[in-house]
Ligand binder design. Structure first.
Ligand SMILES: NC(=O)C1=CN([C@@H]2O[C@H](COP(=O)(O)OP(=O)(O)OC[C@H]3O[C@@H](n4cnc5c(N)ncnc54)[C@H](OP(=O)(O)O)[C@@H]3O)[C@@H](O)[C@H]2O)C=CC1
Ligand SMILES: CC(C)CCC[C@@H](C)[C@H]1CC[C@H]2C3=C(CC[C@]12C)[C@@]1(C)CCC(=O)[C@@H](C)[C@@H]1CC3
Length: 369
């Protein structure tokens, strides 16, 4: 049954996607007839991964909580990844599993994150091994090393965050560790973790929708900090491309096995320049003046504490959480040199074009006033 989110056909809802796909030829081995499963394949990134896989000749199963699009070439399985009985049929007889399911980072449900991202990922690893799956590609996050302070051109060798800023990040760390540790030549089971940052593009369910909501509430009059901090925003097509390359490079004795890879647009951009381009593209005013970063950060931390205390009486969800304020006011961009070297990664769509495609994809959120 098809449920929930507006139903889209990824092949017609965003015609310009084909630009980069058809012009790019994957360099490596034959992939015809390969079978794979995308867990979370109905989500934002998941759908783009599915789209690329189909173009590259894979047979694709999608496993998700609900079916949100239709495609005759895809076999859909609906269920909860934490339930072995739900998952097992979706991964039987496949060579590769892509795991890009997660609760949304905006949730504050610690138990849900722990159950899905940590326990659920361990369940996926076990189920894959049991089913004879050979490759597991995890969508991790560059935020696994982020603690709210500047990161400039950070490499994958940075230590995991000792004090992750939210439950989402905390469980992404636990999840990534499990997946990388599960890589085993002896068991013929190869794993890799892709760490994207700030994924954007048409059909994204958080970045643009939250930004537009914030603008409509009149809360984007000021920027946080001086507006100079560079940040990675990564076009979703490039992220999907990185996932396929990783899968292609997972085989016995490959240097890709058991490693994490940043996948970015390799074009860091000031946070507020990026936000302003989206806002102006959608006809909303962009912020011109900056507020002191630390002041806003401590206000957000205080507000978060207040919300926690008031939770038994009434639930509030502040727009400016400490994590969002930190993301908006610090430098955090990452080197994707490792992905370039070991799997021939190169972003397919540059930031400038990606912003234009994204603005076009959100015509329905244009400010009409
Ligand atoms: N967006 C970003 O900027 C970044 C995202 N990532 C990672 O990329 C991945 C994809 O993110 P994105 O596409 O934005 O997220 P989405 O929320 O769009 O997609 C996630 C999908 O996973 C599904 N899902 C959640 N819980 C379960 C479950 N228990 N069983 C089965 N399916 C489940 C969701 O279903 P439902 O909607 O019904 O809950 C949804 O369809 C995530 O792992 C995220 O951590 C990493 C870096 C940056
Ligand atoms: C100041 C405005 C209210 C900001 C509105 C935009 C934000 C909602 C996004 C800006 C940076 C985004 C981001 C993520 C979510 C959406 C934003 C906060 C992530 C936390 C998503 C999950 C990840 O794994 C991280 C790497 C992302 C970092 C950037």
């Amino acid at each position: 049954m098809i449920q929930n989110r507006p139903m889209v056909n990824p092949f017609t809802s965003h015609g310009s996607l084909t630009f980069s796909h058809t012009t790019f030829k994957m360099a490596t081995r034959s992939r015809k007839g390969k079978k794979c499963t995308v867990i979370g394949g109905c989500g934002f990134l998941g759908q783009y991964i599915v789209e690329r896989l189909l173009e590259e000749g894979y047979k694709v199963n999608v496993f998700d909580m609900a079916q949100t699009f239709e495609d005759d070439r895809v076999k859909f399985f609906v269920g909860d990844l934490c339930q072995e009985k739900d998952l097992a049929p979706a991964i039987s007889d496949v060579q590769t599993v892509f795991h890009c399911a997660s609760p949304p980072p905006s949730s504050d449900d610690r138990d849900l994150f722990y159950r899905v991202n940590f326990i659920g990922t361990k369940d996926i690893i076990n189920a894959c091994k049991k089913a004879g799956v050979q490759k597991l590609v995890l969508t991790s996050s560059a935020s696994v090393v982020y603690e709210g302070t500047d990161i400039k051109n950070g490499t994958e060798d940075l230590p995991y965050a000792k004090k992750p800023m939210d439950y989402y990040t905390e469980t992404k760390v636990l999840q990534e560790k499990e997946v990388l540790a599960a890589n085993s030549s002896e068991e013929n089971f190869f794993t890799v973790a892709i760490r994207p940052h700030g994924i954007f593009g048409p059909r994204d369910r958080q970045l643009v929708p939250i930004l537009v909501d914030t603008a409509r509430a009149g809360k984007t009059k000021f920027m946080i900090g001086n507006g100079e901090n560079l940040v990675d925003f990564t076009y979703v097509v490039n992220v999907a491309h990185g996932h396929l390359l990783a899968a292609e490079h997972l085989y016995k004795d490959s240097p890709v096995c058991g490693k994490a890879f940043h996948i970015t647009n390799d074009e860091p951009i000031p946070f507020w320049t990026f936000m302003s381009r989206i806002l102006e593209g959608l006809n909303y005013p962009s912020p011109k003046m900056g507020l002191p970063y630390l002041l806003i950060y401590y206000l957000a931390a205080f507000l978060q504490l207040l919300c926690l205390l008031l939770k038994p009486i009434k639930e509030f969800k502040p727009t400016f959480t400490p994590m969002r304020v930190a993301l908006a006011g610090t430098y955090h961009y990452y080197s994707c040199q490792r992905a370039k070297q070991l799997m021939g990664y190169k972003p397919l769509v540059p930031v400038d074009e990606a912003i234009k495609l994204t603005v076009k994809g959100y015509a329905h959120l244009q400010n009409k006033n």
